[in-house]
Ligand binder design. Structure first.
Ligand SMILES: Nc1ncnc2c1ncn2[C@@H]1O[C@H](COP(=O)(O)OP(=O)(O)OP(=O)(O)O)[C@@H](O)[C@H]1O
Length: 307
């Protein structure tokens, strides 16, 4: 197997004020993956990313980006990663074209190899190429940030909370574009608070809490670890109250004919729940089940770890 796109070992960060942001993180992000870095506010996501980007100095540990050690080979490590930061910062008096050309200059991309107009076209800003950055809408600025991260054609693109404060339509556009990049082989890492977003987009997810990795798995495996399952049963008669004597989990009456039963799937299967209902003399008309979603996994993991 090829070396991971990003490989982190024992990464620690203590800020100047004594705040321990990372307690020793181990993390491998496979090449070609769409990887979600999830965690509540202050978990250490930005610190991790900023260390990889060379913007924050680590206290201990090591990291390799596309095989390049960030200490031994910082230039190559930096050239292998494009970071889309959380905050929008541009010089208002540069045009998108100039912003990208300047960035290309910073990364030492020779003029002949620059793809400024191609990138602007890809993020649908070609008609704004020569407008001042200050005249762009919030959404356009976001797209310009993505464009900026791509000028040196990095194999890894990291998006730090890219859709915070972005409207739904733009979010969809942004994700469509990120998916496209991913389909062409770019390794994509995104940090997000939006659990549904990570669930929908990422093939692997690591959850960080209080500077520690508390989960790191394929999205579907992570979802399968959620223990609660709900079976919703339509019964053959009207009820006034949820029956409380079934002994199969929490029973809730929805309307007069539907029962939602939440049970722990380690303890019993849906069949046993249905059996208990028929034993209680209730006829079953229809059945559906709901798996727990990522939010349940996230909450159970981030609740169980002390600060
Ligand atoms: N420059 C700094 N000086 C001191 N403490 C810091 C600094 N930057 C971050 N921290 C602290 O380190 C911890 C981790 O912060 P970090 O920004 O990495 O979290 P995060 O998971 O990215 O959260 P968010 O999503 O809110 O950005 C927090 O407790 C934060 O207050």
């Amino acid at each position: 197997m090829s070396e991971p796109a990003i490989s982190i070992r024992g990464l620690e960060k203590v800020y100047g004020n004594g705040k321990v942001a990372l307690h020793g993180i181990d993390l491998d992000i496979p090449r070609g993956s769409m990887f979600g870095l999830l965690g509540p506010n202050g978990a250490g996501k930005s610190t991790t990313i900023n260390i990889l980007a060379g913007l924050v100095n680590k206290t201990a540990g090591s990291a390799r980006v596309w095989g390049f050690d960030i200490d031994a080979n910082p230039r190559n490590a930096k050239a292998s990663i494009g970071i889309v930061p959380q905050e929008i910062v541009f010089d208002a008096f540069f045009t998108p074209f100039e912003v990208l050309e300047l960035q290309a200059g910073l990364y030492g991309v020779p003029k002949a190899q620059r793809r400024t107009m191609d990138i602007l076209r890809a993020v649908r800003l070609e008609d704004k190429a020569n407008a001042y950055a200050r005249t762009l809408s919030g959404g356009m600025k976001r797209r310009l940030l993505v464009a900026k991260a791509l000028v040196h054609n990095p194999p890894i693109l990291v998006l730090d909370e890219p859709t915070a404060g972005v409207d739904i339509e733009l979010r969809q556009q942004l994700w469509a574009y990120v998916r496209e990049l991913h389909s062409y082989g770019t390794t994509v890492v995104l940090t997000t608070h939006y659990l549904e977003e990570a669930e929908a987009l990422c093939d692997r997810i690591a959850i960080i809490n209080h500077g520690r990795v508390v989960a790191n798995d394929e999205t579907r495996t992570l979802l399968a670890t959620a223990q609660e399952k709900v079976v919703v049963v339509t019964i053959d008669r009207d009820l006034d109250l949820a029956p409380d004597h079934l002994g199969v989990g929490k029973v809730e009456l929805r309307g007069t004919r539907q029962l939602a039963i939440t049970y722990d799937k380690r303890e019993r299967q849906a069949g046993a729940v249905l059996h208990a209902l028929t034993e209680a003399g209730l006829g079953i008309v229809d059945v559906s089940t709901q798996e727990a979603d990522l939010e349940d996994v996230f909450l159970s993991l981030t609740r169980s770890v002390a600060a």
